[in-house]
Design a protein around this ligand. Structure first.
Ligand SMILES: *Cc1c(COP(=O)(O)O)cnc(C)c1O
Length: 364
């Protein structure tokens, strides 16, 4: 009897250490932003932020929102973003009072295409915000060249790319600010949460002010701010996860290596030269009937998959724009993410390879 118990597309890993860390915070009686958050910020900065000033917030979306405000983005500004991303990227621009302008992607990496970015730059363009989608870094050299030519700021949505590098330099250390998400399905989690890594102290201080009602000192509010604080409960989980991240990333890369070597008849995800991919997702292309392929994987073989993202952001009801982004449309119709997470066993990988290869062969 073949095993067809579902292999999930993603699986958060929570161990005894995380539970003990939360329990210790509960016993301390100090639950809100406190010493655990401060320790998490400095450990995250050292491990993933190149030592840059780092502020914890209550979600990745808050991180983008506050980062944009701290960088001075507001009404009248346009920020160039991909449409092939999670809606939060563009939502944050709207929340900051500015306007997202959508550019197309490089079909190889699914990330912003510098030439397409340059073609949508206008007099109101203030910044470019690439996403390091699926854990593969965007082409920061090409985007920096465009930004320099037009005197634009660069921000990073690194929600999916903890620890990814370009020529040994970590994502999150290229932009005026970068956001990492700590949502449960990301490469590490704090339950909910986000980290904002800033290039300079002034941006970091502004994020810290905005996350806490505009107060640096209690009841001396300097600006109208938010409550976007991370709790010590969440930070305690995040600190444990941060210590496990490098091992999990190695597992993801090893799983991806097996899929690269053994999948046949589908387009596997290429990696740009000099890049370390951290495989938040392992995303193949299925040219014909992607959704039928995904259904067969689940129903016949018990292989869960994900479609990130079925509708380009510019066409969501919340934006409803008719931009011409052909590579974005093609990616939304053909991208399929296979399980690559650290919990996969060798038997799981055997089953995924067997299922994809059989279905690809049957469909060709
Ligand atoms: C997850 C994610 C976000 C938002 O992060 P949250 O922590 O869920 O608010 C933003 N951008 C991208 C690309 C994401 O994947």
């Amino acid at each position: 009897m073949t095993d067809t118990t579902l292999i999930p597309a993603a699986r958060p890993i929570i161990g005894d250490e995380e539970r003990a860390a939360v329990d210790a915070v509960l016993r301390s009686g100090m639950l809100a932003q406190g010493p655990e958050v401060a320790a998490f910020e400095s450990e995250f900065s050292a491990e993933l932020g190149g030592g840059r000033p780092t502020a914890a917030v209550n979600s990745g979306t808050s991180g983008l929102h506050l980062g944009l405000l701290a960088a001075g983005i507001g009404p009248g500004d346009e920020v160039v973003v991909p449409s092939f991303t999670f809606a939060a990227t563009a939502n944050a621009v709207v929340l900051a009072g500015a306007t997202p302008v959508f550019a197309d992607i490089d079909p190889a990496t699914f990330n912003l295409d510098a030439a397409s970015v340059e073609s949508v730059i206008g007099p109101r363009t203030a910044a470019i915000m690439p996403v390091h989608l699926y854990g593969h870094p965007a082409d920061m050299a090409a985007l920096a060249a465009v930004a320099d030519r037009h005197s634009l700021a660069v921000f990073e949505d690194a929600a999916q790319a903890h620890g990814a590098t370009i020529d040994g330099r970590q994502v999150g250390t290229f932009g005026r600010f970068a956001m990492f998400s700590l949502y449960p399905t990301k490469n590490m989690t704090s339950g909910e949460g986000g980290m904002v890594v800033s290039a300079d102290e002034a941006t970091d201080q502004r994020v810290r002010l905005l996350r806490n009602q505009g107060m640096a000192r209690q009841y001396e509010n300097e600006v109208a701010g938010f409550n976007a604080r991370m709790t010590d409960l969440h930070a305690a989980i995040g600190r444990v996860q941060l210590r496990k991240l490098a091992g999990w990333t190695a597992d993801r890369r090893r799983n991806a290596g097996r899929l690269d070597a053994e999948l046949e008849g589908v387009v596997t995800p290429p990696v740009a030269p000099g890049v370390e991919h951290v495989y938040h997702q392992y995303t193949i292309r299925v040219a014909e009937d992607r959704d039928g392929f995904a259904r067969a994987l689940r129903e016949e073989y018990g292989v869960g998959t994900g479609v990130y993202y079925p509708t380009p952001v510019h066409r969501l009801p919340s934006f409803a724009q008719s931009d011409d982004l052909p590579e974005t449309e093609r990616a939304a119709a053909t991208a399929l993410s296979l399980p690559v997470h650290p919990s996969l066993t060798d038997a799981d990988l055997d089953r995924i390879v067997d299922a994809v290869n059989r279905l690809a062969k049957a469909g060709s």
